[in-house]
Write a protein that binds this ligand. Sequence first.
Ligand code: EPZ
Length: 433
Amino acid sequence: MSGNPEVNPLDNLVIEGGRPLSGTIRIHGAKNAALPILAASLLAEGKVTIRNVPRLLDIEVMLDILRDIGCQARHQDSVVTVEPAAATSSHIPETLMRKMRSSVFLMGPLLARFGEVQLYQPGGCAIGERKIDLHLRGLTALGANIREKGSRIVCTARKLSGAEIILDFPSVGATENIMMAAVLAQGRTSIVGAAREPEIQDLQQFLNAMGAKVSGAGTDIITIDGVSSLSGCDYEVIPDRIVSGTVMVAAAATRGEVTLENTRPDHLTSLIHALRRAGVQIDIGNDIMKVGSTGRPKAVERIVTSPYPAFPTDLQAQVMTLLALSDGVSIMKETIFEGRFKHVEELCRMGADIRVDLNNAFIRGVPQLYGTNVEATDLRAGAALVIAGLAAQGRTVVEQVHHIDRGYDRIEEMFRQIGGNIVRERNASKVFS
Ligand code: EPZ
């Protein structure tokens, strides 16, 4: 991987818990907005500048793919510049596909630009099967011909024409892929049953900054009128609502008080509601929040993850950590991914009392968690274990930190800025095993 961050699968995070977090932290740009926007930059006929792009593994993989297909791409001090004109290939290498599932976002732009894209089934991951049938069905409706040969997918389209596409599930990725394929298609496309996430709205703003005609993002019907070409632009990505939510939960779990700057409370209404039900104090400004707690969290009878604007699956593991310390029994129901409870076993090793039955987790709060060695199994599970370590009594070592580096820009520095006792160390013992 050519860019920063310097990370290594042998890295661990060593956390001395029990100290309340306090201070002010500025939230970095949204990974899940930047990734589709980077893919969409392929559609421009001129240079694209994208600001507030965090230094994350997934971002660097996306930039490596853009370079691999011929673009010039640079990432300097959270500003990315892409020169897409030189792109020639529309084949996404399997190695890079495997490294990051979000490479699937390149299907729409590459198909729109080259009329052909070859990629590989992204495969499942720790949290679930991660099918792409809705992506493929949407692109087919626009006129693409899709042939699957084993894990290889060859997608061709002499021309793309607008269509009405009905999504039977508001898939974020499918909505974004169809938007990016439709902006240069002939005629009007409507996406009915579209995902409504803020990252979808950010993509609409970005596409329109390039001269596209997209409307309705944030509602369940998005309309795209195809145009003949798109120009370069200069665009700033929204703050990361999941990083904001992670910091908010950590402030509450350590009974501290933290001010978040460059954040969007309006993107976090369901989390704010859940945390207030747990007794967390939250004061809101327009791009700032102060989050604090002085006592033990209250149990929350039931939280159900659902598509935006309901409670986000990407904050399920983090909030479960808070509820594991609460004064009663809470139920967390995961309806988006079939395998997103892998953090439960690790939390129980720290003293949590959580029982899983299918996609329900029954969380009986305990007064204290205890530090021990735990392993991050996926991005948000890893973040939840860091929160648990910050709140626990004693030392916690979180292994497989590279999962966390996919979505948090140096998480240890972020929490150290607000008083967390957390350092990154290289696990030399593993080097020789
Ligand atoms: C995006 O993933 C996010 N990733 C995920 O964040 C997030 O959890 C998810 O949306 C839901 O909000 C990025 O934006 C890069 P989906 P995506 O398509 O697009 C099923 C993180 O932690 N499905 O809405 O893959 C799928 O199997 C990551 O930052 C199909 O069945 O999510 C899953 O169960 C994790 N067929 C559900 O829908 C399809 O064609 C949600 O998937 C597509 C999806």
